[in-house]
Design a binder for this molecule. Sequence first.
Ligand code: PEP
Ligand code: MN
Length: 264
Amino acid sequence: MENDKNLKNWLTDFQLEHPLVIAGPCSAETEEQVLKIARELKNSDVSIFRAGIWKPRTRPGGFEGVGAIGLNWLQKAKAETGLLMAVEVANAAHVKLALEHDIDVLWIGARTTVNPFAVQEIADALEGTDKIVLLKNPVNPDLSLWIGGLERLYNANIKKLGVIHRGFSTYEKTKYRNNPEWQIAIDLQNRFPDLPLICDPSHITGKRDMIHEVSQQALDLNYDGLIIETHIDPDNAWSDAPQQVTPTVLKQIFHDLRVRKETD
Ligand code: PEP
Ligand code: MN
């Protein structure tokens, strides 16, 4: 995969909106929480519902996800709302369970992208799939590692590939939770212009008040989509509380965003 020649933008095949909007809680917490949020996101700009069920926590002691039971909740949410469902997978066992439960989109988290063994294991488990697979950038600002992950997935004959830019960790404190370092994602976009590039302002900012600003920056840079953590009761979320927005706020953000049209 020397360049983008064989990579395709599948957004139009799927008849997904542009920009593509993925929203939902950081973590699935209860069946009721999942269904409530999905119902509120139905009939909005959102095409794909996200919810983590296996949560890779930096340090032990935090909420590590509800596990496989959450897949049943997502299936119910899908049947009720028609939204496509997305979960994070970090190993082959997660992939197997997600596929058995008809999950539409599998994303690989930043802490997994750094590990070539894990990415390869996931790629092997997904060999030839027609599901959408999204690769987050690695936690550290290493473009080769990000491209290497893409190559592993591409070599496993996974065609509906996209990337999520969620920023990079730094030791110094900045106004961001994860520094965007836009240039890294732009370099990737220049090398693979047909690869859908999605911005994750939630994990970049870590703060709900900055979601609009960073989403606008991404759209101005021609990103193809946004993934925004959305919770019915953000302050009481079991993970990433400060950065989640309510479905109502999400709708307001989209109302206020300037979206580039083809004619611009
Ligand atoms: C998440 O999407 O909730 C998550 C854990 O993100 P990241 O892998 O970007 O830290
Ligand atoms: Mn999160």
